[in-house]
Structures are given as structure tokens and as C-alpha cells.
Design a protein around this ligand. Structure first.
Ligand code: 5AD
Length: 335
């Protein structure tokens, strides 16, 4: 008998990633997705509330050594105001993302979380009308005490991508931290009862298929409920200005394998994958079931430049309606 796909090992994953024709794996991932999580596509509103960052990740435009970036920090009131608009437009999850910005202490961020939790998901058609929105934090590494107080403030989920599971590669990209700290932080996140989200990039300089297989297996080991997998995009304002972009097809393959390994997980079509995929017909084939939509105000949106990309102007209501319509046109159900 064949090994169940949830038990794929490293060698088997490498073999799948390097197939000439991957179409049967996409089909299987789609089937696993349908059986395990159905046809729903979850829409998340993401507020990128500060691009100030103390870290030096060499692939990321927000790294503290990038002097060519105009830095911003939204006020707590503004963040809650934008969250309220997103909730009114029908979003049930607010993702709060930022650089590692010390201004947003656990206390300040906790107050924002509490305020957003007072909002009510208002759409009459939704079963759980009157419930508070879910909150996902994506604000980098924090110590246990901070993570605990944020959890107590009401944060439901925490996204902290491991970026690469290979110690050497991790070190070459992060003069500011270690893989060990990253993984300890992810473990703490899990222990505190957050839904844990990790993820990684495809096409980092020096990355091999074996390393990608290890990234995928690590998601399982971390008991991830969410995993964001996206291609690396070279940012001309970073040390990796000359590195080639990651291969979006390889990223899609990795998402499909993540679906086989973690049938129940929430797997977004990452922004970087959308950026490099252009006008692909249906990005939700082959395993993905989540999309994050930027609700960041226009005045800040372009400064949240992790990598170069053109993002359309934000109209929270209209963007949401258009996205719902697009998802329905794929025969899937927006939520
Ligand atoms: N290309 C693609 N993704 C990137 N990220 C950071 N820099 C880049 C880049 N140059 C991703 C990381 C991070 C997330 C917020 O953005 O995975 O966790």
C-alpha cells in the first residue's frame, strides 16, 4: 500500500516537488482540501500598522538598515477605526501585522486587541452574528510574558513564519536572530493556546528542494493551523537586490504538499504568490483556502514595502465585494 500522504517523508516530498507533471498532485490536494475544509475561502483583512522594525532580515524591505524607506506608525485609534470598517464590510478576522516595533508594547497592542474584540461581526446573513471578530497577530518575536498578555487580551492566532528550517540558511539571512529562538517562540505561541501559523519562502538564495521538504515537515512538527508559503521577491533596496525571484510554480507545489500533510490547515494564497502569478485563473486550486486582503490606508500602503509591488488603492467595502464575487466565480464560497 502507498504511504498516506499525511505521512510523506523528506525523500518522497523532494520527489513530488521535482515531478515533470504535477497535475495529479494538485488534483489530490484539491480533493483533500474539499474533504477536510470544504469549499469555503476565508477572507482576512490585514492592517499593516507599522513598518518600523528593529530586525535586519536581509531579504526584507522593512529591515532597519534600509534608509530608503519612509517609516510610519499608525495610531492605536486609527488601527481600531480601520478594523471597525473591515468588520462592517463583513470580515470576521482582522490580521494585525507590523515590523518589530518596540513602540507597540504588549500593553499598547493589548489595548488595541481589546478594542477590536469589542466590535461585533454585523452581517445578518452570518450564523454567528454578534460575535467578536477573530484577531491574528503577526508582529514578530515576542517573549512569553508578552505573548501571554496578548493572548489574555483576546488575540486568537499568531503568525510567525519560520522563513527557512535550514539553520545555515537561516543564519545567512538573519544577522538579527537565530532559528532556535524563532522555533522556541513558535512553541510558546502554541503552548499559550494560540492557533499557530508559520510558513516560509520559496527561492531563497542557496535553498534546495531538500530544504523545502524540511520546511514542509516542520509545519507539521509545529502543529500549524495556518501556513503561509510564498515565493521570495527580490527587493532592490536590500542586500538581496541581485538575487533572482523565487519560482511561483514551485511555491504552488509546496502549498499543495502542505495540504496533503496538513489536511485541516488554513493555507493562504500568499500576497507574494499573487504578485508573481499575475492574472492566474483560479489561485485557489491545489490546496489553498484563505486570502488576506490589505485594508491598510492608502497613505501607508506603499510604504509597507516588504518587496516591490503595485497595490491598487484601498476601498474596504468594494474590495471585499469584488473579492467575494471572484471567489464565487470559482465555484467557492467566500466567508
Ligand atoms: N519576498 C517575499 N516574501 C518576503 N517576506 C519578507 N521579505 C520578503 C521578500 N523579499 C515575507 C516573510 C515575512 C512576511 C511578512 O513577508 O515570509 O514573514
Amino acid at each position: 500500500m502507498m504511504t498516506p500522504t499525511t505521512q510523506l517523508n523528506k525523500t518522497e516530498i523532494v520527489k513530488l516537488l521535482s515531478l515533470d507533471d504535477f497535475s495529479s498532485v494538485y488534483a489530490e490536494a484539491d480533493e483533500v482540501r474539499r474533504k477536510a475544509v470544504g469549499d469555503v475561502v476565508h477572507l482576512r483583512a490585514i492592517i499593516e500598522f507599522s513598518n518600523i522594525c528593529k530586525r535586519q532580515c536581509i531579504y526584507c524591505g522593512l529591515n532597519r538598515d534600509n534608509r530608503q524607506l519612509q517609516r510610519f506608525r499608525m495610531s492605536p485609534d486609527k488601527i481600531v477605526e480601520v478594523a471597525a470598517k473591515a468588520v462592517a464590510a463583513g470580515y470576521r478576522t482582522i490580521v494585525l501585522q507590523s515590523g518589530e516595533d518596540d513602540y507597540f508594547t504588549a500593553e499598547r497592542l493589548g489595548n488595541i486587541v481589546r478594542d477590536i474584540k469589542k466590535l461585533k461581526v454585523g452581517d445578518k446573513l452570518r450564523m454567528d452574528e454578534g460575535d467578536a471578530p477573530y484577531i491574528t497577530l503577526s508582529c514578530g518575536e515576542r517573549n512569553r510574558e508578552e505573548l501571554k498578555s496578548l493572548r489574555e487580551a483576546g488575540a486568537d492566532r499568531y503568525l510567525l513564519k519560520h522563513e527557512t528550517a535550514n539553520t545555515k540558511l537561516y543564519e545567512s539571512l538573519h544577522p538579527c536572530g537565530t532559528l532556535e529562538n524563532r522555533l522556541n517562540c513558535l512553541k510558546t505561541i502554541y503552548d499559550l493556546g494560540y492557533e499557530t501559523g508559520s510558513g516560509f519562502m520559496i527561492g531563497l538564495p542557496g535553498q534546495t528542494l531538500e530544504m523545502i521538504a524540511e520546511d514542509l515537515l516542520l509545519l507539521k512538527k509545529l502543529s500549524c493551523k495556518m501556513a503561509g508559503i510564498g515565493p521570495f521577491i527580490s527587493n532592490p533596496k536590500t542586500m538581496l537586490a541581485r538575487a533572482p525571484n523565487g519560482d511561483p510554480e514551485l511555491a504552488r507545489r509546496a502549498v499543495a504538499i502542505a495540504r496533503l500533510l496538513l489536511p485541516e490547515a488554513n493555507l493562504p494564497v500568499t500576497t507574494s504568490l499573487s504578485v508573481l502569478s499575475g492574472s492566474m485563473k483560479n489561485p485557489f486550486t491545489g490546496g489553498a483556502n484563505v486570502i488576506m486582503k490589505k485594508v491598510t490606508p492608502d497613505e501607508y500602503k506603499s510604504a509597507y514595502e516588504i518587496y516591490p509591488a503595485d497595490f491598487a488603492r484601498t476601498d474596504i467595502e468594494a474590495d471585499r465585494r469584488n473579492l467575494e464575487e471572484t471567489i464565487r466565480s470559482y465555484g467557492r464560497q467566500p466567508l
